[in-house]
Design a protein around this ligand. Structure first.
Ligand SMILES: Cc1ncc(COP(=O)(O)O)c(C=O)c1O
Length: 391
């Protein structure tokens, strides 16, 4: 039986890349034969500080706290992390709910929106991905509704592009005053690098406020510096009612998610919401998350400067690469999309890059690069040379 056959005998999975990861360090991963790859996927935005980051791994290894704390008890590190998250997130976010990862953080937000507004409808963007729980799938792409007819019934999807017509459509829903929340990624990394116009986002926020629909920003992948701001909501001066976090909240070294809400929303949710989570904010994960957030507080400015500089460098070099036809670059910080216009070509390029030692992601005809935020220029050069050769 082949290695992948053996693995799949007991482990359910969707096998995309047959790559056995043995080791990871900085911007690199190594397979079982010791072959080294530049990792420009970084766990789809989990490993923002690079793999094996000393600061994070030391904190986890030196942890001497309790194995476990039941959600009903108190634990100082929970309030410390909550306070830190509130201090760095935008707008008037005031209280944190504990989750194990991104999907659970989204589900908590949906529940809180229904409870707080006493409404049941949602609006989201067509084609989006917000996680794999039934709640998160309900606000994801319409295709999921074909698979599971019993998802939350009332979620309308706004078709792209995000232009004046989309705003009109949103308004036609909101003015009925029965939409609990509008949910989206501020920069649509899962939507082929959809970078909305400032004017669209400002108007969206204004309308949500006017019609008392809550604005939920899913920053599970955009959060923690990916787009050049600590949170992508800051690119548009947004003051969301809820922010959902996961992935890079621990730099990838432990599982943790968070839903951060305004005080008013939290009060409604605390009264009747269901958010008991046995492994939500496990002590070891909290140890990692506190270390991670402190890292951003202490060294975030320098890190974000690097994101902006390296992003400009990517833009310049990518615009000179001889793709077989003109490509569209959609770049925001170190979320880098190259739309090569053809799904098959994108997937060919991805596998040629992999053979040469570069891991990138694809979404349809888009090549997606999500390097570590502290990636070195020499690594970027090597990666772009591989991409150029693969063309
Ligand atoms: C934007 C977004 N939201 C939510 C999720 C779900 O997070 P998790 O896989 O931690 O449940 C993901 C995961 O890829 C995501 O990219």
């Amino acid at each position: 039986m082949s290695a992948s056959g053996k693995e799949r005998k007991f482990l359910a999975r969707k096998m995309r890349a047959e790559l056995q990861i043995r080791k990871a360090a900085g911007s690199f991963v190594f397979d079982e034969n010791g072959k080294k790859y530049i990792d420009f996927v970084m766990g789809w935005g989990a490993g923002n500080l690079g793999w094996g980051n000393n600061h994070l791994t030391q904190r986890v290894r030196s942890f001497r706290g309790p194995d476990y704390v039941h959600p009903d008890y108190s634990y100082k590190a929970w309030s410390e992390l909550a306070q830190l998250l509130v201090s760095i997130t935008p707008g008037k976010l005031a209280k944190c709910f504990r989750a194990t990862g991104g999907s659970e953080a989204i589900d908590i937000a949906l529940q809180a929106a229904m409870i707080h507004t006493e409404r049941e409808k949602f609006l989201s963007l067509e084609g989006s991905y917000h996680g794999n729980t039934l709640g998160a799938l309900s606000v994801g792409a319409s295709v999921y509704r074909k698979q599971y007819k019993n998802l939350l019934r009332y979620c309308s999807k706004i078709r792209l592009p995000l232009n004046v017509a989309a705003l009109e459509e949103i308004k036609s829903h909101l003015r009925k005053r029965d939409v609990a929340a509008f949910i989206m990624e501020p920069v649509g990394i899962n939507l082929g690098m959809l970078i909305p116009q400032q004017s669209f986002m400002i108007e969206l926020q204004r309308m949500c406020k006017k019609y008392k629909t809550l604005l939920i920003m899913d920053e599970v992948t955009t959060g923690f510096g990916r787009t050049g701001k600590l949170f992508a909501s800051e690119l548009f001066n947004l003051k969301p009612d809820m922010l959902c976090l996961g992935k890079a909240i621990t730099g990838g070294v432990a599982a943790l998610g968070a839903t951060i809400t305004t005080r008013a929303v939290a009060e409604s949710m605390e009264k009747i919401g269901n958010f008991q989570s046995a492994y939500g904010w496990h002590p070891l994960s909290v140890q990692a998350a506190i270390g991670n957030v402190r890292y951003y507080i202490d060294r975030g400015k320098k890190l974000l400067r690097n994101v902006v500089e390296v992003s400009d460098y990517f833009r310049t070099r990518l615009s000179y690469l001889p793709f077989k036809q003109p490509v569209a670059l959609r770049i925001q910080g170190l979320a880098i999309g190259i739309d090569v216009g053809d799904e098959q070509y994108a997937s060919q390029l991805q596998s040629r890059c992999r053979k040469r030692g570069l891991l990138i992601a694809t979404e349809g005809s888009l090549l997606l690069l999500l390097p570590a935020l502290n990636v070195e220029r020499s690594t970027v050069d090597k990666a772009l040379n591989i991409l150029e050769k693969s063309i």
